[in-house]
Design a protein around this ligand. Sequence first.
Ligand code: NDP
Ligand code: 2IT
Length: 449
Amino acid sequence: MPDILQLVKNKDPQEREFHQAIEEFLESIEPVLEQNPEYRQAKILERLVEPERVIMFRVPWLDDQGRVQINRGFRVEMNSAIGPYKGGLRFHPSVNLGILKFLAFEQVFKNSLTTLPMGGGKGGSDFDPKGKSDNEVMRFCQSYMCELFRHIGSNTDIPAGDIGVGAREIGYLFGMYKRLANEFTGVLTGKSLNWGGSLIRPEATGYGVVYFASEMLSTRANNLKDLVCLISGSGNVAQFTTQKLIEFGAKVVTLSDSSGYIYDEKGIDHEKLAWLMKLKNVRRGRIKEYKDKYSDAVYTPVDLSLDHNPLWDHQADCAFPCATQNEINKKDAENLVKNGVILVSEGANMPTSLEGIDVFLDSGILYGPGKAANAGGVSVSGLEMTQNSMRLSWTRQEVDDRLKMIMQSIHRTCIETAAQFGMPGNYVIGANIAGFVKVAEAMLDQGVV
Ligand code: NDP
Ligand code: 2IT
């Protein structure tokens, strides 16, 4: 049998995150490959690790001083076996092809799990929106779309937000798309409400993470009420994970950004969260300011080069990593388990290292991997596409009910698949196998393309 991981490493040795995502996935699907030799014969894996198309382009723009700035733009169109390419755009200085390929690869299986007809893709740029004026962000987005527009379409490839891309960026991107293509279509999701967006899309990833956590706890006759929760990040996913946890009666004690984290022993309530959302979404401030407003809280700067993150070293019941990839290493995972955590539900994509995942699985805690637990965001993106096609808007209640149903269905699928393959309660096996089989079968049906 060819060693797929080695093939990829030989071809693109520098794409570490992509290798990591593949390694995690391959370990899980071994038993399905044994049962289905036709997958190997049709070279399904070799095809899955090779994007259908990669677009890479120059993004020139003018800053407020009139100086020319150059960034690199990308879109990875990974797999369209079960629907048009779908997945977010990330604007962050760390963005490179390897990171976007890992995100696009995971997106393929995540989208497959949602029950909706969406293929997988991911894109973005090494542009850093932090510290930029609205006008600079607008000029960057317009320039980025000047190239991207010819590759996307409401039945071809539908981008959305991710790190550094929220409502403001989607607005600027959509405006330029509409002008260039001369059509008003659902080519992006995460749009604002009064021009084609869906209710609950901003909330969807965070709400979904909590619905998934609640389903996991119910398998052990438990619920979120009064449980103490650690959350990392303070962006879109972290904010709405916090909001839903408060609604479920849990106590959220941490939030972070890339500079440090706050620990609020009394818990972040609705009023504190509303203040924080203004700080992050309107003033675009730093989490450190929370401590100036709420003096009971403790702020700890975090050195990302340390061998562990002190945020994960508090007594708690649940952990919700909602910032970025590889934010929980082996030591962090050991600290979480040692401090009594019984559940981890991943809002971020691949936040836990391979060694960290092993710690969680060996300890027997409830561990919900990102491609299952954070699928609520792309699910409501899919529902936004449906509403755009029908040219109508559902109510908040209707979208939230559908989101809940989808998260329950993903949870059930993971549980049933894991049990079927002799690994009851293992959500990693369940998510990877169920996500994979649907895509693999579609690829077989469609021939060698
Ligand atoms: P945002 O840009 O809204 O927020 C990102 C948060 O993560 C910020 O608090 C940011 O801090 C922090 N962060 C980013 N990079 C780092 C880093 N290298 N180290 C430490 N902290 C970091 O993004 P989202 O909330 O949308 O995304 C968060 C995660 O959720 C990502 O992994 C994303 O892929 C995933 N996700 C997002 C979905 C969505 O619908 N938006 C859907 C599914 C998954 P700072 O301000 O200092 O950079
Ligand atoms: O990682 C993700 O699932 C997202 N960033 C959301 C993608 C989408 O198309 O809504």
